[in-house]
Design a protein. Structure first.
Length: 82
């Protein structure tokens, strides 16, 4: 399984923007995220749009790079995840 809490954290990096950084040594080949759990599931496109437009311009642009569409169950509908 995936470790809880995960061995990484998000942070802004001077000159390169937002990224994920290790909070401990990670072994080669160790699974640290498998995509089955997400911090945010937006139930509708409108909910996602409201969230993004509530952010400042720079953060909103950065935020859209970290969101994706995904089905949560086989044959189910797509949700916006982040």
């Amino acid at each position: 399984g995936v470790p809880v809490p995960p061995p990484y954290f998000p942070e802004a990096s001077v000159g390169t923007g937002r990224g994920l950084f290790a909070s401990r040594d990670i072994r080669k080949g160790e699974l640290v995220h498998d995509g089955t759990h997400s911090d945010v599931v937006f139930p509708t496109g409108i909910a996602w749009k409201r969230f993004v437009f509530s952010l400042g311009r720079d953060l909103a642009c950065d935020c859209t790079d970290w969101h994706w569409m995904q089905k949560l169950e086989e044959g189910g509908k797509y949700f916006m995840l982040g």
